[in-house]
Design a protein around this ligand. Structure first.
Ligand code: FES
Length: 345
């Protein structure tokens, strides 16, 4: 049909009916589709002040952080951590280990690691009462899920995410047990707080009194259906993972996982032209850190993204769940596929 004088086509009755049917179907569909409201992203960057420091165990300091004006802080759940952006520029993650109902302060606890990357020493020496520190979070990479029965396994400073979980399980009336291990009682933080919980549910195992625990010692109370939450050194987590089959295992490492099927490779740092060898059992981050101590990193486990670096040449063996390929890699876990990489460092 020819268009009218304004260029509009005449309306054929057949297409009018088809159009009305189509619009009707769309309208019915829209009634069934849930409306997802647009949520503006929240900037969780906060500047907090160190309200209090406290010695929690040998080489462990506890810090309470609050808003400079004493205002309310964002909510958190057991398992959450904060990213601390330290004055040196280092970024480190620490589990929240206080009371989620306390909206005026966050508590973290940090063990001093003289052979670490310097972050823990900076916390111990520089974050004194009254200092401010920039943080991001809280974020939850270790969610605590409802269950009728729990077995909590904590190794040393690994008690930090576990403690609020234990307290939440006790408040919820769940059936729970905690096995808390470490070198000696002096090295175990928060024994005083645990003393306020039912003693029959807690086993403290220290190497100097009982010897290094075996997985069977840790998992004795893991019955079918028990949710097991474990945080501790890598050998403890690996032993538990290897031995546990009865229920659900949730774990968080505070040290990198062992490297599986690692092959040696070389990395060229493009900005200086330096070439570094990465051994089979070593991460690229470790090798680069020896040459470039200021290289940025935090979790060393491939989830925080701090160590992401642009790859200028070579093929990457992407080993992090969060690595989607492209022209970058997480140097704490990913490796070279062809024996050599050139990085924008
Ligand atoms: S240091 Fe966190 S992803 Fe590499």
């Amino acid at each position: 049909m020819p268009p009218d004088l304004r260029g509009r086509r005449s309306r054929d009755p057949f297409w009018v009916v088809v159009g009305a049917l189509f619009n009707g179907i769309q309208w019915v569909r829209s009634l069934r589709t849930p409306v997802i409201p647009y949520v503006r992203p929240v900037d969780r960057g906060l500047t907090l002040v160190v309200q209090e420091t406290r010695r929690e165990a040998a080489d462990v300091v506890g810090l309470r952080l609050g808003a400079p004006d004493g205002g309310l802080l964002p909510r958190w759940q057991p398992g959450c951590h904060l990213d601390l952006l330290l004055p040196s520029g280092r970024r480190r993650q620490y589990s929240l280990c206080g009371d989620p109902a306390d909206r005026r302060s966050y508590r973290i606890a940090v063990r001093r690691l003289p052979a670490g990357g310097g972050g823990s020493i900076e916390v111990h020496e520089d974050l004194v009462e009254g200092r401010t520190v920039r943080v991001q979070g809280p974020r939850n990479a270790f969610p605590f899920l409802a269950s009728e029965s729990y077995l909590f396994l904590a190794g040393g400073i690994g008690i930090t995410p576990i403690l609020p979980m234990v307290q939440a399980a006790e408040r919820a009336g769940a059936d729970w047990r905690l096995v808390y291990t470490g070198r000696s009682r002096e090295t175990l933080p928060f024994l005083d707080e645990l003393a306020g919980l039912p003693p029959g549910r807690i086993v403290i195992r220290t190497d100097d009194e009982h010897g290094v625990p075996r997985s069977a010692d840790l998992l004795r109370d893991a019955g079918p259906g028990t949710a097991v939450y474990c945080c501790g050194p890598a050998p403890m987590i690996d032993a538990v993972r290897g031995a546990f089959s009865a229920g659900t295992l949730h774990y968080e490492r505070f040290a990198p996982a062992p490297i599986v099927d690692g092959r040696p490779f070389t990395v060229e740092l493009a900005r200086t032209g330096t070439t570094i060898g990465v051994a089979a059992g070593q991460s690229a981050l470790e090798a680069i850190k020896a040459e470039l101590p200021s290289v940025a990193y935090s979790c060393r486990q491939g989830f925080c993204g701090t160590c992401r670096v642009r790859v200028l040449d070579g093929t990457v063996d992407q080993r992090a769940a969060t690595d989607q390929g492209g022209d970058s890699m997480l140097i704490c876990v990913s490796r070279a596929r062809g024996g050599h990489l050139t990085l924008d460092l």
